[in-house]
Design a protein around this ligand. Structure first.
Ligand SMILES: NC(=O)c1ccc[n+]([C@@H]2O[C@H](COP(=O)([O-])OP(=O)(O)OC[C@H]3O[C@@H](n4cnc5c(N)ncnc54)[C@H](OP(=O)(O)O)[C@@H]3O)[C@@H](O)[C@H]2O)c1
Length: 341
């Protein structure tokens, strides 16, 4: 039996589809108030027979912060995929990211060690890596360096990854994946794929930075292949391609038949915007769309290398323009269904 944490999220839901469609026996941890309906929706992108596959999942109520619930969930399990985390660029979420991401991962690692689990796959992030090498690329060998401007999310992912390395040194068979920005259908309002919804709603500005992107299908394929391999005690950067924000917004706009953002935003504009957004948050109590961490990230130029995983698994990634096109088509289809209803 395989245990998946974070099964109701972007990575987890696509992973659940892959595992159940391959006939694996799967149980998934979910919190009391979480909504597994998104999982069904994700399954429906792949097959008309989604109900049957969805019903094959054993859902276990629990929380990664609650070790007792993990002790219950682990019964009969021999492999774990740990994808649960709080992904946020709001400084207010620092405390919850510490407890869910770091303590939650420590709990998962401890449960795996105590129960002699065969193998664990942990979803880390490029946020847990260091700065570029002499060729200008960030690889698995670029180790984290603490700095004042690192986001609370990045710090939490780095420290969570350390918990997995600690487990490996204590004898756990584990692989770590470090994906860049993940693109995949399902939740268009929150998370990394909301970039498509934002462009659809109308975006006037782009920034000068660039980053890496990877299709969710590649993320889950690599996770499963790594789990089925003899590879252990290593991490793999998962990245389909590096694109500037201008290119990404341009491609999404074309696919959605929208005008691309026209204005190149200056850093000072975003500095003003996140401060104003913070004031608005104090007045309205609503979480702001733009935060200090996002404003800073928007001007960074990061290129990620996928050489290691390509070589280890002989893997070819879906080109990012293809991924964006596929995602936009599904976004428009979902929108049409919503309008009809
Ligand atoms: N999306 C990206 O671009 C990206 C890039 C690099 C790395 N990653 C990493 O990939 C992993 C999955 O990300 P994602 O984009 O799939 O995130 P997501 O869509 O926000 O899903 C997060 C998942 O974690 C679960 N979760 C949150 N708090 C929990 C808790 N206390 N106990 C148990 N489960 C909890 C959520 O369950 P509920 O339904 O209960 O909320 C949800 O299933 C994360 O580790 C993230 O750091 C993501």
């Amino acid at each position: 039996m395989i245990l998946v944490t974070g099964g109701t999220g972007l990575v987890g839901s696509h992973l659940l589809y892959k595992l159940t469609s391959e006939g694996e026996k799967v149980c998934a941890l979910r919190r009391t108030n979480s909504k597994p309906d998104l999982v069904k929706k994700v399954f429906s992108y792949y097959t008309s027979d989604f109900e049957k596959l969805f019903q094959s999942i054993t859902w276990i109520e629990g929380d990664v912060r609650d070790k007792i619930s993990l002790d219950k969930a682990i019964s009969g399990v021999d492999k774990i995929y740990h994808a649960a985390a709080v992904v946020s660029f709001h400084s207010d979420d620092k405390k919850i990211m510490k407890s869910v991401n770091i303590q939650g991962t420590a709990n998962v690692v401890n449960v795996a060690l105590e129960n002699n689990i065969k193998k664990l796959c942990y979803v880390s992030s490029v946020a847990a890596l260091g700065y570029k090498n002499e060729n200008g690329y960030i690889t698995e060998k670029n180790y984290w360096k603490a700095a004042k401007f690192k986001t609370a999310y990045a710090k939490s992912k780095f420290q969570s990854e350390l918990e997995v390395w600690r487990g490996i040194y204590e004898g756990l068979d584990a692989v770590i994946v470090n994906p860049s920005v993940i693109l995949g259908p399902g939740n268009w309002i929150n998370g990394s794929s909301s970039i498509i919804h934002r462009v659809y709603k109308g975006l006037k500005f782009y920034t000068s930075g660039s980053t890496g992107y990877v299709d969710v299908r590649d993320v889950v394929n690599c996770m499963v292949q790594l789990m089925e391999s003899d590879i252990s005690g290593e991490r793999f950067l998962l990245n389909g391609g590096n694109l500037s924000y201008k290119e990404v917004f341009g491609t999404i706009s074309t696919c959605l038949f929208k005008k691309p953002p026209r204005y190149n935003a200056r850093p000072v504009w975003l500095e003003i915007a996140w401060r104003l957004a913070k004031v608005w948050q104090m007045v309205s109590g609503q979480k702001p769309v733009i935060t200090r961490d996002l404003a800073k990230a928007a001007f960074k130029t990061n290129y990620y290398s996928n050489d290691k995983v390509k070589e280890a698994l002989h893997y070819e990634f879906i080109p990012i323009n293809q991924s964006l096109e596929d995602n936009c088509k599904l976004y428009l289809k979902d929108l049409e269904v919503k309008i009809q209803n």
